[in-house]
Structure formats: structure tokens, C-alpha cells
Ligand binder design. Sequence first.
Ligand SMILES: O=C(O)c1ccccc1N[C@@H]1O[C@H](COP(=O)(O)O)[C@@H](O)[C@H]1O
Length: 223
Amino acid sequence: MFRIKICGITTRQDASVVVEAGADALGFNFYPRSPRYIPPREASQIAKSLPRGVAKVGVFVNSPVGEIREIAFRVTLDWIQLHGDETPDILRQLRPLVCIKAFRVDEETGLGPVKQFLEACVKQDVMPRAILLDSRKDDAYGGTGSTFDWKLAKEYAKLVSNPPPLILSGGLTPENVEEAILTVNPAAVDVASGVEESPGKKSAEKVLRFVQQAKAAWQKLAS
Ligand SMILES: O=C(O)c1ccccc1N[C@@H]1O[C@H](COP(=O)(O)O)[C@@H](O)[C@H]1O
């Protein structure tokens, strides 16, 4: 599984920035309403230029299964990030594609919807390869730059027995990623807006600092 994902790549130049900084996954956003949307044809061109070993993640929000399959094939995606209201049945229909299911968390609902989803997955004999926790803000599906209470994420490991690896997301930045990792100890972190100059355009300096801070935090945890 990857550890550091930089999401919302829209140009070849930003893809190079991410690879050179040492991140091990990058995300292409196929949600047309996102400021980080990239047409599949352009994502496919960038994907061809990437070195092996960098995971390509496609972000989708309530897209039809056929469309996800087509884009996954065209862009040679390694992971599918389902960032909408997708059900366990969608995971089944997407087999054998490797899926991350994202949830938007707030203090009111806590991790209740995540627990319900995982329990339904157990019953239906299907499981996402990872769960991503993002923050809930307004009606937006993601990329809001808002954090949620990380104490909630610490409860994740107790939701069901043997839960999928946790990806922590939502408002992460070079300034707070170390604290986030030390608090939650997730399997991976994901960032979109926190390493940008402007929506859809990455800052090389922020990407590098984010990756360095995240790696340093995991080193601290390991020592
Ligand atoms: O980035 C977006 O615009 C976006 C839109 C719709 C769904 C998901 C999106 N991105 C994901 O949102 C989270 C958090 O982003 P941020 O770091 O708070 O800006 C992240 O997992 C992105 O993959």
C-alpha cells in the first residue's frame, strides 16, 4: 500500500514535482465539478510519463461503474478512490479493481456510517482495500481543505475486527501532517488543497515539505 498520496494532479509538471519529492502515489480527479478535474485523455498522457512504483489513483464521485472501468483501463489506474455515496454493491461491481472508500466525517455522525458500511461489506463478502477519512464540510464531496477531529480517527481501529488500512485526509498541510500522523498513526496520508499555489496547481515547495514532514513523522513512530 502507498504511504503518501498527492491528489489533484492536472499537469505533467506537477506530476514530476510529486515524484521528485518522493511521494509514492498521485491522484487524478475525475469528478467534473472539482477544480482539480482532469480529462481522462490528459491523465492518460501523464500516466505514461510516470516511473514504475508510483501508484496512480483515480478519484470518482458517484460515477457509473462502466465509466470508472473505462477510465481505469485507459489511464492504467492502480487504485479507484470512491469519494461519493457509493454502496458495498458498487465495490462488488467494480471487482477486480482495487478500491478505496472515502467517508466524510464530522462530530455529529462520528464514524457511525463507516462502521455500518464495513459491517454491510462483511455480510456481502466484499471489502474496500482501504478506508479514507476526510472531513465533512457543507455539501462538498472533498478537497475542502478542512480538518476534522483526529480523535475520531483514532477510534477507527476498533470499528470492526481486522478493518482495512486507514488513509487520513482532510485539510492536511506541511504544517500539520506530522502532528496528524503522530496522533492517528494511519497507514497513509492524502492531500489535495494543502500543497497548492492555487486550486489545481501544486506548489513544489509545499509538496516537498509535506513529503518530508510525513516521512519524518513515521520515522519518529518507528523509533
Ligand atoms: O480535491 C477535490 O476537489 C475533490 C473533489 C471531490 C472529491 C474528492 C476530492 N479530493 C479529495 O478530498 C480529500 C481532501 O482534500 P484536501 O486535502 O482537504 O483538499 C482528498 O482525499 C482528496 O483526494
